[in-house]
Design a protein around this ligand. Structure first.
Ligand code: HEC
Ligand code: HEC
Ligand code: HEC
Ligand code: HEC
Ligand code: HEC
Length: 301
């Protein structure tokens, strides 16, 4: 027979166990999806190579990869202003990190801030610099114009003059071969009205500015200039699309992995470091010669 107080003890332990089991488990949030509806997944069937390369790139991770900085920005700004941030203040970051979000509702912007503050990275993974951000928004020269939500009614801008038309329209955009195209996102200084208190500030990428002023940039003769794409989107023979029963020609296509500082091989190729040590007049002198092969200052910021 179990004494009365023994039973009470058992019940107490059971409740404590339940408490430990349920408290830390955070409910999985519904993913926040692109307001453009179409995603990179909708291009994958016919553009598998572009998709797989892009999927490895940091353009495909451009919201989750900036998570810590974005969270700090939101919390610091909210504290300074004593209120939640509005769409303008959030767009100041994701205007480049997830351009399609400019078409999102105010409710979605509120959810975005909430998901970032509660570290729900999985729910944010679908937001990125995706195919549409480059080939529909930025390449059109009118990123503020909302493209149709169906591929069938869309026109995509690209580097091919005589593209085979199948499910969507194609428009030749010569700027896509030049640094000017990358400029819209790869130059950034925090605007005055978003300056943060203290010593923390956001300077994401000034690679365009550094390139433009450097030996490969705008000052060089046309023939001696190298564009961002020459180094970051290597060309190879391949097909721009693979569609059953449609003849697509072999072309020089552009690699979409966009290697940068996250890529060890690219980083290794960036500098030749020569060390020459010599004893001179009693002092030990070290000469360091760094030959920078990148088209811009490294590290960038
Ligand atoms: C004009 C476009 C632009 C805007 C606006 C912008 N960023 Fe960025 N951001 C970039 C680019 C481009 C990079 C990549 C830099 C690199 O890899 O050298 C980047 C990189 C970052 C990184 C590093 C990510 C990593 O992989 O480690 C963080 C963090 C970041 N941004 C946060 C922010 C925050 C916070 C804001 C808003 C205050 C913001 N960005 C606004 C373009 C922008
Ligand atoms: C049913 C197949 C199909 C789907 C789905 C598809 N495409 Fe295409 N796309 C093609 C074909 C075919 C070409 C022409 C290739 C060629 O001529 O070499 C093409 C060409 C392109 C070009 C080059 C245009 C130019 O003039 O340079 C871009 C950019 C493009 N597609 C983007 C996209 C994006 C973004 C998506 C997803 C939203 C997508 N495509 C979905 C079949 C498709
Ligand atoms: C950061 C911008 C950016 C993103 C993101 C991007 N592209 Fe591109 N894409 C380009 C540029 C720039 C070119 C032209 C490069 C050149 O010719 O020098 C290009 C070329 C192409 C072409 C022409 C053929 C080829 O492969 O060179 C196709 C098709 C294409 N992209 C499809 C896609 C698809 C599908 C996605 C998403 C899975 C995607 N792109 C994501 C910038 C982008
Ligand atoms: C719509 C905005 C946008 C455009 C257009 C764009 N980028 Fe980016 N790019 C970004 C953002 C945002 C990141 C930062 C991703 C992250 O958070 O790490 C980035 C990151 C990169 C990186 C860094 C990869 C790494 O390892 O850190 C390279 C390289 C790069 N972009 C090259 C290019 C080139 C070349 C072009 C033009 C053909 C281009 N980008 C066009 C927004 C853009
Ligand atoms: C001559 C070749 C060359 C040209 C041209 C060039 N890059 Fe780079 N870039 C490199 C190399 C090599 C690295 C790797 C070194 C590193 O990551 O620090 C790099 C790194 C980067 C990174 C990540 C580096 C960082 O420090 O934040 C970004 C972003 C980038 N480039 C964007 C661009 C853009 C945008 C352009 C055009 C305006 C451009 N690059 C032009 C060779 C080039």
């Amino acid at each position: 027979m179990i004494p009365r107080n023994g039973t009470v003890l058992l019940v107490g332990i059971t409740l404590a166990w339940l408490g430990v089991g349920t408290a830390p488990a955070q409910e999985k949030a519904e993913p926040l999806t692109s307001p453009l509806q179409l995603t990179a997944g909708d291009c994958k069937t016919c553009h598998p190579r572009n998709y797989e390369e892009w999927d490895k790139s940091y353009h495909s991770k451009s919201v989750v990869a900036m998570h810590a900085g974005f969270k700090k920005y939101i919390t610091t700004q909210e504290q300074a202003r004593g209120r939640a941030l509005n769409r303008h203040e959030l767009m100041a970051c994701i205007g480049c990190h997830a351009p399609g979000m400019r078409f999102a509702s105010d409710e979605d912007f509120a959810r975005l801030a909430q998901l970032v503050k509660t570290d729900q990275k999985e729910a944010l993974a679908g937001l990125s610099v995706d195919c549409l951000a480059c080939h529909a928004l930025h390449a059109s020269g009118h990123p503020e114009a909302k493209p149709p939500p169906e591929t069938e009614k869309s026109t995509y801008y690209g580097p091919i003059k005589d593209a085979v038309n199948t499910v969507h329209g194609n428009k030749y955009a010569p700027e896509m071969n030049t640094s000017a195209f990358c400029k819209s996102c790869h130059t950034y200084v925090t605007p005055a009205d978003l300056k943060l208190e203290g010593d923390w500030d956001v300077v994401c990428s000034l690679t365009y500015d550094a390139w433009a002023a450097g030996p490969h940039g705008l000052q060089a003769k046309q023939s001696e200039q190298t564009q961002c794409q020459d180094c970051h989107m290597e060309k190879k023979e391949g097909k721009a699309a693979e569609v059953t029963d449609v003849e697509v020609p072999l072309r020089q296509v552009a690699t979409h992995t966009f290697p940068g500082w996250h890529d060890a091989a690219k980083l290794k190729a960036a500098t030749d470091i020569a060390l020459a040590a010599q004893a001179a007049s009693g002092a030990f002198q070290v000469t360091v010669t760094i030959d920078n092969k990148a088209g811009h200052r490294i590290p960038d910021t």
